[in-house]
Every structure is written in structure tokens, then in C-alpha cells.
Ligand binder design. Structure first.
Ligand code: GSH
Length: 369
């Protein structure tokens, strides 16, 4: 795809089947912020990304004034400041914290199962390797079948087998996804969006794993059609939302079905974050941990996810005392509290990620890159 030089809106660079590119598209559509999606072409754009942003990942956004941005979470935070109509973070501070937590869980935990379904199964790998080889590898002068083989190898070594999903973990990872589908199905058979009649940041977070993975890749899509048709409808309802349609009220407080999601987060993701903290502290590039009954053998350590835990803590610390007094019992009852604060002295880099969304210090699944 050629870039139209005189386009004066936002340019979103990524891929039309990428997790975080899909998340940003859902966000821009919901807010009514015009953007143009362009495919990121490798290896050419990788060097440019590193130069202008410190790291290369998908997607990036270029503002009309030429500045480059990265990291969906911090970009959304930035755009919420710049486009203040129809805020997607609830005004109730307890619900707002729930949104930050669910967004982080959606970004960081469901990434691995999403990659598993795409790259472990032949149906997914055939579709995604063909698509990506054509879409983003135009800069490499190699036969198509070689590009496809390179992609499969890279993604499996980086994100599935190479990120802790060995043969012994497959059944547990898939059961975890099925449990999520069943919880969400319960919610979307009653409500239009996670917290009520209009989308919030929590819905945008979950558009990451769902829009371009679970509701697109052959195996999870088939599961959704049969086990969670209301959830599949929610994926499209969110995509089809705009400032004009996204009206309606939110639920009061935090309903039991959302508490159940928090308990799910407390069982798997937060213990995993703590195991990751210890691995980063030791300087290990990989680690093995059993969380929620599943053993991830040789998961990749992530400097970025140390910062994710710190961000969750920051959101809590920034609350007024009267609000944190309301949130603490919820976090204790759902099992979040203990793992949220379990690790002392997080091994962060100096000023880590303080320049996001305009500069990143680390990528999602690497130690100190
Ligand atoms: N935290 C980042 C994560 C972005 C990310 O990891 N994107 C994936 C593609 S969807 C990527 O570019 N991974 C880097 C790689 O595969 O080298 C965000 O929220 O934007």
C-alpha cells in the first residue's frame, strides 16, 4: 500500500491482522478519530522505528505534526487527554481501576493464547503466514514459501513453544481460553458491553485478543461460534461503535460477573507477573512457572511487564484515600491484593517507559532490549 503524502490525519502503521493494531483501530473508531491504516513493511521500517521510537513494534502512529508514537496503552491515554469528549475511562474511580486491570490482562496475558491458536495449528499458521508474508514482508526479496516458513519459525520460537507453551501446557492454555469465553458469554448475554450499555477501556483492551485473533483465526473462531455467539456479536458491536452510537449508562459498582473476571486475573496473570519479576531480577532470559495449574516451561522474561505491574500499583496509589478505601476490599475479596503487592522493589530500568508514547525502553517479551 502506498502512502498518500498529503494525508493530514493520523497514520496508523501495523498490519491488518495484528493484535495491537486492531486494538487501536477499535479505539479510533469508538472515539470517531479519523485514521489511515498503512502496512508496516519489513525490514525497512524496523530501523526507522528504532531510530524514532527506541524500539520497533506494531503498531506505530504518526501524528500530523510528524511525531511518532508507540504502545497502545500509553497512546490511548494520550489520545484520551487530547480528545476529551466521550471519555472511555469511567468516572467512578473503582470502575476506572477495574478497566486498567482488565486492559492490562487483555494486553499481556491473552497475547500468548492468541499466538498459540494462530501459530500452533496448521489452519491458523497457513492463513497468517500467507497473509503476513504478502502484507508486511514486501521489502524482502525471497520466494513466498521462504517468507512463510521464516514467519512460522519466528512466531513459534518467539511466542508459542518459545514462550512457555510446550506440549504439556497446551490443554491448560486452551482450557483457560474456554473459561474466559464462558465468562464473557455470561456477561454479553446480559449486557451490550463489559460494564454496561456503552464501551469502556475494558472493552477496548479485550478487542486486542478478540478482534484480530480469537474472532479471526480459524480454530478459536469456530469455538466462539459454537460456545460464545454473544461474545462474537460483542466483537462486531464494538467495531461498529462510534461516538453517536456509544451512548448509554454503565452498571453500578462492580457486578459479580466482573468480579469473577478479576478472580480469574488473580489466579493466573498476577502470579505470572510475580514469577516474571523474579526472573528479571535474576537476569534470566527465560523462566518456568506453574500458575493456575499450568506449567509454562521456558517462558520469556519481560522487562516491559515489570513496568506493567508497576503501572497497576501506580493507578492504585494515585487514588484519593476515600476511593482506595472502596477499592481495597474488592481487590482483597477477588484475590488481587496479595499478588499485586507481593514483590518488593521492582527491578525497573531507570525511568523505564517514562517517555511513552513517544519513546519506548523495552518490548513486550524481551529482557532489557
Ligand atoms: N505494549 C505494546 C505491544 C505491541 C506489540 O507487542 N505488538 C506486536 C504485534 S501485534 C509486535 O510488534 N511485536 C514485536 C515483534 O513481534 O517483534 C502495545 O500495547 O502496543
Amino acid at each position: 500500500m502506498a502512502t498518500t503524502k498529503n494525508y493530514d490525519g493520523l497514520e496508523l502503521r501495523g498490519s491488518s491482522i495484528s493484535y495491537f493494531t486492531g486494538k487501536m483501530e477499535n479505539y479510533f473508531r469508538l472515539k470517531g478519530i479519523p485514521y489511515r491504516l498503512e502496512s508496516m513493511v519489513f525490514p525497512k521500517e524496523e530501523e526507522r522505528n528504532k531510530k524514532v521510537l527506541g524500539i520497533s513494534q506494531m503498531p506505530t502512529v504518526q501524528l500530523p505534526d510528524g511525531r511518532w508514537m508507540t504502545d497502545s496503552t500509553k497512546m490511548i491515554e494520550w489520545f484520551e487527554g487530547a480528545y476529551q469528549d466521550n471519555p472511555i475511562v469511567p468516572s467512578d474511580p473503582v470502575q476506572a481501576f477495574v478497566c486498567f486491570l482488565l486492559e492490562d490482562w487483555a494486553d499481556e496475558w491473552w497475547w500468548r493464547p492468541a499466538m498459540h491458536y494462530r501459530w500452533f495449528y496448521e489452519e491458523g499458521a497457513r492463513f497468517a503466514s500467507g497473509h503476513l508474508a504478502r502484507e508486511v514482508m514486501g521489502g524482502l526479496h525471497l520466494p513466498l514459501f521462504v517468507k512463510r516458513a521464516m514467519l512460522r519459525r519466528r512466531q513459534r520460537n518467539g511466542y508459542t513453544c518459545g514462550d512457555g507453551i510446550g506440549p504439556e501446557a497446551v490443554a491448560g492454555v486452551e482450557a483457560d481460553v474456554e473459561a474466559l469465553f464462558s465468562q464473557l458469554e455470561g456477561i454479553f448475554s446480559k449486557r451490550r458491553f463489559l460494564l454496561g450499555d456503552r464501551p469502556t477501556l475494558a472493552d477496548i483492551g479485550f478487542s486486542g485478543p478478540f478482534f484480530r485473533h480469537f474472532a479471526l483465526d480459524p480454530i478459536p473462531l469456530q469455538l466462539l461460534r459454537h460456545a460464545a455467539p454473544n461474545t462474537l456479536e460483542w466483537v462486531m458491536r464494538l467495531w461498529n461503535s462510534s461516538p453517536a452510537s456509544a451512548v448509554g449508562s454503565l452498571v453500578d459498582g462492580v457486578p459479580d460477573d466482573i468480579r469473577a473476571l478479576l478472580m480469574h486475573t488473580a489466579r493466573g496473570y498476577l502470579p505470572y507477573l510475580n514469577a516474571n519479576v523474579e526472573a528479571v531480577r535474576r537476569g534470566d532470559s527465560h523462566f518456568t512457572a506453574t500458575v493456575d495449574g499450568v506449567t509454562y516451561q521456558g517462558a520469556r522474561s519481560s522487562q516491559y511487564r515489570v513496568w506493567c505491574l508497576d503501572e497497576l500499583r501506580r493507578h492504585y496509589r494515585e487514588l484519593e484515600q476515600s476511593d482506595s478505601a472502596k477499592l481495597e476490599p474488592l481487590l482483597r475479596e477477588t484475590g488481587i491484593w496479595e499478588p499485586l503487592w507481593a514483590a518488593d522493589g521492582l527491578p525497573l530500568l531507570k525511568d523505564q517507559e517514562s517517555r511513552l508514547p513517544f519513546w519506548g525502553d523495552s518490548k513486550m517479551t524481551k529482557v532489557n532490549e
